[in-house]
Design a protein around this ligand. Structure first.
Ligand code: TXA
Ligand code: MG
Length: 367
């Protein structure tokens, strides 16, 4: 396996040749890194599933480099809402579901009759697709259930632990850190009477979608975030998604709790954890929690901070979420306490990922 670091035409060509020979390539996009293969090649698509250890009933997104390429492979009548959204957000972090044409194999769509398509804006992603001359099926470049990856090194450290990945991959293209840091927004505007249904909140916010197609045309069923009393014993995970090795505890702001009670609760929580364990803390840099963390840290050296950004800038926070989970896992922490954010703009996608990373009601704590 080789890192292709300098973005020379020669390197892009090497990676494109690898794609055309049926291999899988790790490549950067503006959202997260992807594991790309020729979307038309069933065997190559199977290799992606193997590399990730992904269940084959979870469909892949197909990436094209331009509207020209989109029109040549996916020529079909689109709803007006899609036309408006494509005009505004492509290239970019928006995936639209359309009818799957017959050349797209069932492996790519997991047997569905729709396929998700997007044009990334990352220049290396686009150059790779353009040079390959075929659409790339690409899920996020993480092993199944783990946090998505936002650097080439994350991809290497996670995916290359897997023999199955080493067998089907020759290259990871290093394009620096992904700007957005959370995956694309996935929308379905074809199966429900003209409305745009948000299946996964992501890089394009629900507010952005509403601004372009109107409030009434966007449907998003907000996840109901439930909380419970914390129990120190590790509960069995009902399902795993975006989960680092450490147990993620999501700290939700309780607007009814005053400052001193919040500090008390935080201290109690930290004290209830085993003092021999390292604890990662992903907090907003200007928050009460960070302030308190600094005080606690003076008396204990098992807390490892990772600042996720300022509370008034959710796009910075979004870009640090997966990076923070990876970084703290590398420190071999036992727990990662993450400060929740308001569910507005990028905050919606952030909380969607964090809630899943916590994975269990008992890991979501009101503070
Ligand atoms: O930003 C992104 O979207 C990244 C980069 C690499 O482009 N890709 C990505 O792919 O996040 P993946 O496979 O990790 O997530 C794709 C999501 C999955 O939740 C999948 O179930 C959903 O999109 N999806 C894909 N095709 C679908 C379809 N036809 N119907 C419903 N959901 C679909
Ligand atoms: Mg994924």
């Amino acid at each position: 396996m080789q890192f292709l670091c300098q973005q020379t035409q020669l390197n892009i060509k090497k990676a494109a040749d690898s794609i055309l020979s049926g291999k899988v390539v790790g490549f950067p996009t503006e959202t997260v890194y992807g594991l790309g293969a020729n979307a038309f090649n069933e065997q190559a698509v199977r290799s992606i599933f193997k590399a990730k250890g992904r269940p084959n009933d979870n469909p892949l997104i197909v990436h094209v480099s331009s509207l020209n390429m989109f029109n040549s492979y996916f020529n079909q009548k689109l709803p007006r809402t899609y036309e408006l959204l494509i005009n505004e957000f492509w290239p970019g972090p928006l995936t639209i579901l359309i009818k799957s044409p017959s050349q797209i194999p069932a492996e790519t769509t997991a047997n569905l009759n729709t396929v998700g398509v997007r044009i990334p804006y990352h220049p290396i992603a686009r150059a790779l697709i353009e040079c390959s001359g075929v659409p790339l099926a690409a899920p996020s470049a993480n092993s199944s259930g783990k946090p998505s990856t936002t650097t080439a090194l994350h991809v290497y450290e996670d995916i290359f632990q897997r023999k199955e990945a080493r067998e089907v991959m020759d290259y990871i293209i290093d394009g620096g850190r992904s700007d957005i840091g959370l995956e694309s927004t996935v929308i379905d505007g074809i199966t429900v009477d003209g409305k745009v249904r948000v299946l996964r909140p992501g890089g394009v916010t629900v507010e952005d979608l509403k601004r372009v197609v109107g409030d009434d045309n966007v449907v998003y069923e907000k996840m109901e975030i439930k909380t419970a009393d914390f129990k120190p014993t590790t509960p069995g995970m009902k399902y795993k998604h975006y989960s680092p090795k450490a147990r993620v505890l999501l700290l939700m702001n309780d607007s009814n709790t005053n400052k001193s009670d919040k500090i008390k609760k935080l201290k109690e929580l930290i004290e209830s954890l085993d003092t021999n364990d390292k604890i990662g803390m992903m907090t907003l840099e200007d928050s009460l929690m960070t302030n308190e963390l600094m005080n606690i840290n003076k008396s204990s050296n098992n807390l490892i901070p990772y600042f996720i950004g300022p509370s008034n800038n959710p796009s910075i926070v979004a870009s640090n979420i997966f990076a923070g989970l990876h970084s703290l896992d590398k420190h071999q922490v036992e727990y990662i306490l993450v400060e929740g954010v308001e569910e507005r703009n990028e905050g919606l996608a952030i909380m969607n990922r964090l809630y899943k990373a916590a994975g269990n009601l008992e890991n979501v704590i009101l503070i």
